[in-house]
Design a binder for this molecule. Structure first.
Ligand code: THU
Length: 131
């Protein structure tokens, strides 16, 4: 967990930039890849379905930076229980991670729970079936 403190600080900081005027639920995500840390926050829209999750933003930043492998991922929110990724983001994360890739769920107290992408999405749809 101590090793993940840089991810925690990055996700906590980017959450400050969340655009969440409709839900007032602010989320930050940080991904570690080979080249470093990539962050994202949720970006809502007046047309509600067009909003994007923090995880989607962090994935886009990682891919834009030229990386395609998630080594570790952390989600930061402030709620009465750990915030886990939505179904769509579990699929998005699985695209770039592995079943044993660690996922940390965090709040103002720090890392509340550490799980894996495989635990988040058992029996997920995998792209290799298309080949
Ligand atoms: N949200 C995220 O950004 N990530 C999650 O893991 C859970 C939900 C956002 C989407 C929306 O802007 C707000 O939280 C409320 O659903």
């Amino acid at each position: 967990a101590e090793m993940s403190d840089d991810l925690l600080q990055a996700a906590r900081a980017v959450r400050e930039n969340a655009h969440a005027p409709y839900s007032d639920f602010h989320v930050g995500a940080a991904i570690r890849s080979r080249s470093g840390i990539h962050v994202g926050c949720n970006v809502e829209n007046a047309s509600f379905p067009e909003g994007t999750c923090a995880e989607a933003g962090a994935i886009a930043a990682m891919v834009a930076a030229g990386d395609t492998e998630i080594l570790e991922v952390l989600i930061y929110a402030e709620a009465d229980r750990p915030v886990a990724p939505c179904g769509g983001c579990r699929q998005r994360l699985a695209e770039f991670g592995r079943p044993d890739t660690r996922l940390h769920l965090c709040d103002e107290k720090g890392i509340v729970e550490t799980t894996t992408l495989g635990a988040m999405l058992p029996l997920g749809f995998q792209g290799d079936i298309l080949k």
